[in-house]
Design a protein around this ligand. Structure first.
Ligand SMILES: NC(=O)c1ccc[n+]([C@@H]2O[C@H](COP(=O)([O-])OP(=O)(O)OC[C@H]3O[C@@H](n4cnc5c(N)ncnc54)[C@H](O)[C@@H]3O)[C@@H](O)[C@H]2O)c1
Length: 464
């Protein structure tokens, strides 16, 4: 208390110039108001999607709290520590109200949102029964689906077309139809579908022109998720990639995104073990503690686990999970500490656990004079409970980006890295994985949009 008082009086005595000088000034851009409904279009109506939609409806009815959502619960500090200005994020920037969200989705299985949520087994029956009429009316549109890309699934609710371009046209028609019938003034598409088999960038992904030719010729390097993304971006609808799929990590998609002012972000929601990795690893690096090995293994029994049991889909996930440590720890800058890390990731499909994953991490670190130490983490987590608020925040922030004159034409929204295991960046730029830097980047972007001073944490002016 005494310290607080002393700080306040020091600041009060500080020269006027120091207290009012912004860390960096930004000319506020225009942000259109969030008038009308926001349509949320979700390819993949499985565990994550149903937990998200059922959660939003439960919150709207006052049945539960939106825990884990930065847009719903977070605040943002403005100005100096002594200013006492920390509004809620949703009051600071004009985000869509969750009461204005309307939903649709696609899935190769015919279950409506209620049936799909019951099968996913994440939320309790009592909670779902309270909102059954609402969930039951959200029925899946026929999906763009091909077993070549997700080997462990097969469902009847699938679009038919001679070419991949035909399928893209059908998704575009779905988008237009949903906008009309739902009365939404704006749309966002967010991928909650399965992890597809591992693909690498190819010539067909190089430009919009090459991609469109590939769609017409059924090029095998074009996966279903890319068809949805192409359709969304062509309609000027932002796209978020919740899986580790290649989807929008392609020059053709960057081009389309910028050309049509349809923001993109990805990839792979940062939940569970990777979330913990990006919390712990920056701490080790901050204290200059070495790392010799990190072994992560988990058991999960949901449909996602079943899909990841296929080696092709697992490879896509593995790539996404492995890149995290190297980027955080920067072995090129710290070869003595991080030059020789053994990093392994295992995922085991184990049906009895359902969505309630258990993840174990064994972390071998070393300290002063090279003496070894070990840390064991046993995280009994709930995957979709961690993912759902991420989906909500991404939907609301992508819609904000769409309405912002400063953000909508940028293509990749790197400021949303906070939510992803493999954040997208401009070509040639390494991704920022440290959760705390990511949060600062996100909040500074919001401050920048509103012409507020950026927070640098310098703080010398308190001691003038
Ligand atoms: N739950 C998490 O914490 C988490 C974290 C990071 C990433 N993810 C990713 O999010 C995605 C969804 O996870 P989930 O747990 O909900 O999985 P899930 O298996 O429960 O749901 C995925 C749904 O997508 C459907 N689908 C597959 N291909 C499709 C297509 N081409 N078009 C439309 N629908 C399609 C499936 O039928 C299924 O219903 C997965 O890719 C997963 O890897 C999840």
């Amino acid at each position: 208390m005494a310290i607080k008082k002393k700080q306040a009086s020091r600041t009060a005595a500080a020269p006027r110039q120091a207290s009012s000088k912004p860390a960096a000034s930004a000319a506020p851009g225009e942000i259109a108001p969030a008038n009308g409904k926001l349509g949320v279009m979700i390819p993949g109506m499985g565990a994550v999607a149903t937990t998200f939609v059922a959660g939003v409806e439960s919150v709207r009815r006052g049945l539960a709290q939106p825990i884990g959502s930065l847009t719903q619960m977070g605040t943002i500090r403005l100005g100096k520590r002594t200013d006492g200005r920390s509004p809620c994020i949703q009051e600071f920037v004009p985000l869509a109200d969750i009461n204005d969200l309307v939903f649709t989705g696609w899935d190769p299985f015919e279950d409506d949102m209620y049936a799909a949520a019951r099968k996913a087994g994440v939320l309790e029956k009592d909670l779902l029964d309270n909102i059954k009429p609402f969930l039951s009316q959200i029925k899946p549109r026929p999906a763009v689906f091909d077993r070549d890309y997700v080997k462990r699934l097969d469902g009847p609710n699938v679009k038919k077309g001679k070419t991949k371009m035909d399928l893209a046209e059908q998704v575009r028609e779905d988008i237009r139809e949903f906008k009309k019938t739902s009365g939404a003034s704006r749309l966002v598409m967010i991928w909650c579908g399965s992890t597809e088999t591992f693909l690498q960038p190819a010539a067909v992904h190089e430009s919009v022109k090459a991609f469109e030719k590939g769609l017409a010729q059924n090029d095998e390097n074009i996966a279903p998720s890319m068809i949805y993304a192409y359709a969304a971006l062509s309609e000027g609808v932002p796209y978020a990639n919740g899986a580790p799929n290649l989807t929008v990590d392609l020059p053709a998609m960057h081009e389309l995104s910028r050309r049509n002012n349809a923001p993109i972000c990805g990839k792979d929601y940062k939940t569970g073990q990777t979330l913990l990795k990006t919390i712990l690893a920056p701490g080790f690096k901050a204290r200059m503690l070495g790392l010799s090995g990190w072994f992560s293994t988990n058991i999960l029994g949901n449909r996602d686990g079943e899909v990841l049991d296929d080696p092709g889909s697992f490879k896509t996930k593995e790539e996404s999970k492995l890149s995290v440590l190297e980027h955080i720890l920067q072995p090129d800058l710290y070869p003595q500490l991080y030059g020789n890390i053994c990093h392994k990731v295992r995922i085991n499909y184990y049906p009895p656990r359902g969505d309630n994953k258990e993840g174990w991490d064994n972390i071998d670190i070393f300290g002063w004079l090279g003496y070894p130490m070990q840390i064991k983490v046993d995280f009994l987590c709930r995957d979709s409970i961690l993912a759902a608020p991420i989906v909500l925040d991404l939907v609301l922030f992508l819609d904000l980006a769409l309405r912002s004159s400063q953000l909508r034409g940028l293509g990749i929204q790197e400021w949303l890295s906070f939510y992803f295991k493999s954040p997208m960046t401009a070509p040639g730029l390494y991704p920022e994985h440290d959760l705390f830097i990511q949060l600062m980047k996100l909040k500074n972007t919001l401050r920048h949009l509103k012409g507020e001073s950026l927070i640098t944490h310098l703080g010398l002016e308190y001691y003038d």
